[in-house]
Ligand binder design. Structure first.
Ligand SMILES: [Zn+2]
Length: 419
C-alpha cells in the first residue's frame, strides 16, 4: 500500500521487531514478583529502575531526555521549524500482579515508531516526543492519571498530602524520596502539545476473537462506581417465617440479578459489575442484617449510559421498597465518556487503511491517559489485540508480530502530524 497520493510523500519506515521484543522482555523483568506478575507502583524502587532503563534507551536513540516535576519522562527528537510538540507514549506503572504489556507496550511502540522515523527521515518539523507517563493505574495511591493530570494542570494542591498509600505515606513524601519536589507540580503543565497518540493493548477479547489487526478508539467509556448498603433486620433463621423477614442479602441478590440483567438487556458495550460484597453478621443461622456491595457500570454512549444508570437506580429502589429494606447509595467515581478528537481518530483510521489493516472502530471499556489528554489536546488511540482478552494479570500477552501492525499505524500517524 502507498500513501503517496494522500501525503505527497512515500512512507517507508523499517520497524525493528527484535528491539520491540527486547524492550518488552527487559522492562517486563522489572518489578517481577515471586508469586508471579509485576508490580511497579509509582515512586517505588522498581518504578525508579524502570524509568532509568527507559531513559537509557531514549538516550541511546539520540533523543533529548527530560523529566518533569512529577517524574514524567520525555525523549525528544527536536523539530526544525516549530516549537510545538507531538507526543506518543503511555504509562510505566502497573497494577499489582500486572503484566508486561498494559501501558508498557505504548512506551515501546512510541520508541520503535519515533526511532524508525528518525532513521528514515531525520528531524521532523515539530518536536516529536516519547512520553513515558509516571502513573495511571492508581495502584499505589488513588492518584489515577497522575502523570497526564500533571501535564494538563489538573492536580489539586491538596493532593500531594492527602493521597496516601496503604502504609500511610503521602504521595508528596514518596516524590521527595525520588528527588522530586511536590511544590513544583504546577510547572509540569505544558501548553505546547499539538497532538497525543497512545497505543495500548485492548485489554478485552473483541479484536482477538474477531481476528482484527488493530482497533481505532472512538470514545473512552463513561464510568460510574457506586457503593450500595442494604439494611434489613437481624433475626433467628429458624423461628422467623419467610414472609416476616427483612433479609438484607436476599434483597441485595435480587438487586444484583436485576442490575446485571439491565446491562445484558442493553447489549454491548453496556456493562455492570458487582465485584465486591460483604454480609453482616455473616452467620449460617442468622438472617442478614446488612449487605454492602459495589457496582461498576460503564457505557461509551452518553445517552445510553444515563439510561442504564436510571434503570439500575429504579431496580434498587423497587426491590428495597417491596422488601422493606433500607437503601444507601454512595457514588465513588464518576467519569463521563470522552470522545477521541475526530481529526486524530480520522487520521489514525486513514493510516490503518494505508497499512492495509483489518481494523475496528471501537470504544474503550477501560480508562486511559488519553481520556485526560483528549480534554486538553487533540488525542487518539490505537489498540492492538490482547490474546484471549487477558489483562491486569500475568497472563497478559500480545505477540510482537501482532503488535507491529499497530506500531506501523502509529508511525504513519506521527509522520503525518510532525513531518
Ligand atoms: Zn493501561
Amino acid at each position: 500500500m502507498s500513501e503517496s497520493r494522500a501525503s505527497g510523500d512515500r512512507f517507508a519506515v523499517e520497524l525493528d521487531p527484535a528491539m520491540l521484543q527486547r524492550h518488552i522482555d527487559e522492562l517486563g523483568a522489572i518489578g517481577a514478583l515471586a508469586e508471579g506478575g509485576l508490580y511497579r507502583g509509582v515512586y517505588t524502587p522498581a518504578w525508579a529502575e524502570a524509568m532509568a532503563l527507559v531513559q537509557g534507551w531514549l538516550e541511546a536513540l539520540g533523543l533529548e531526555t527530560r523529566r518533569d516535576a512529577v517524574g514524567n519522562l520525555f525523549g525528544r527528537l527536536p523539530g526544525t521549524e516549530s516549537q510545538r510538540a507531538v507526543l506518543s507514549g503511555s504509562h510505566i506503572d502497573t497494577v499489582r500482579q500486572g503484566g508486561k504489556y498494559d501501558g508498557a507496550l505504548g512506551i515501546h511502540a512510541a520508541i520503535a515508531a519515533i526511532g524508525a522515523l528518525k532513521a528514515a527521515y531525520g528531524r521532523p518539523r515539530k518536536h516529536l516526543e516519547v512520553y513515558v507517563i509516571c502513573e495511571e493505574e492508581g495502584s499505589r495511591f488513588h492518584a489515577s492519571f497522575w502523570g497526564s493530570r500533571a501535564l494538563n494542570g489538573r492536580i489539586a494542591p491538596h493532593e500531594a498530602d492527602s493521597l496516601q498509600d496503604a502504609d500511610g505515606v503521602a504521595i508528596g513524601q514518596a516524590m521527595r524520596e525520588r528527588g522530586l519536589d511536590s511544590s513544583a507540580i504546577p510547572s509540569a503543565k505544558r501548553d505546547d502539545v499539538d497532538a497525543f497518540i497512545e497505543l495500548h493493548i485492548e485489554q478485552g477479547r473483541i479484536l482477538d476473537d474477531e481476528g482484527y489487526d488493530a482497533g481505532v478508539v472512538h470514545t473512552i467509556t463513561g464510568l460510574r462506581q457506586l457503593r450500595v448498603r442494604v439494611g434489613g433486620r437481624q433475626d433467628h433463621a429458624g423461628t422467623t417465617p419467610m414472609d416476616l423477614r427483612r433479609d438484607a442479602l436476599a434483597g441485595a441478590v435480587e438487586m444484583i440479578a436485576r442490575l446485571t440483567g439491565a446491562a445484558e438487556a442493553m447489549g454491548r458495550p453496556a456493562v455492570a459489575t458487582v465485584g465486591s460484597i460483604a454480609v453482616a453478621p455473616g452467620a449460617t443461622n442468622v438472617v442478614p442484617a446488612s449487605c454492602t456491595f459495589t457496582i461498576d457500570t460503564r457505557h461509551s454512549d452518553p445517552g445510553k449510559r444515563l439510561e442504564l444508570l436510571a434503570a439500575i437506580e429504579r431496580h434498587l429502589q423497587e426491590v428495597a421498597a417491596r422488601r422493606g429494606l433500607e437503601l444507601e447509595v454512595q457514588q465513588l467515581i464518576e467519569h463521563h465518556p470522552v470522545p477521541m478528537t475526530p481529526a486524530i481518530r480520522d487520521l489514525v483510521e486513514a493510516c490503518a487503511q494505508a497499512e492495509g489493516l483489518r481494523y475496528l472502530s471501537m470504544p474503550s471499556g477501560a480508562g486511559h491517559d488519553s481520556q485526560i489528554m483528549a480534554q486538553h489536546v487533540p488525542t487518539g488511540m490505537v489498540f492492538v489485540p490482547s490474546v484471549d482478552g487477558r489483562s491486569h494479570t500475568p497472563a497478559e500477552y500480545t505477540p510482537v508480530e501482532r503488535s507491529v501492525p499497530g506500531v506501523r499505524v502509529l508511525a504513519r500517524a506521527l509522520y503525518r502530524l510532525a513531518y
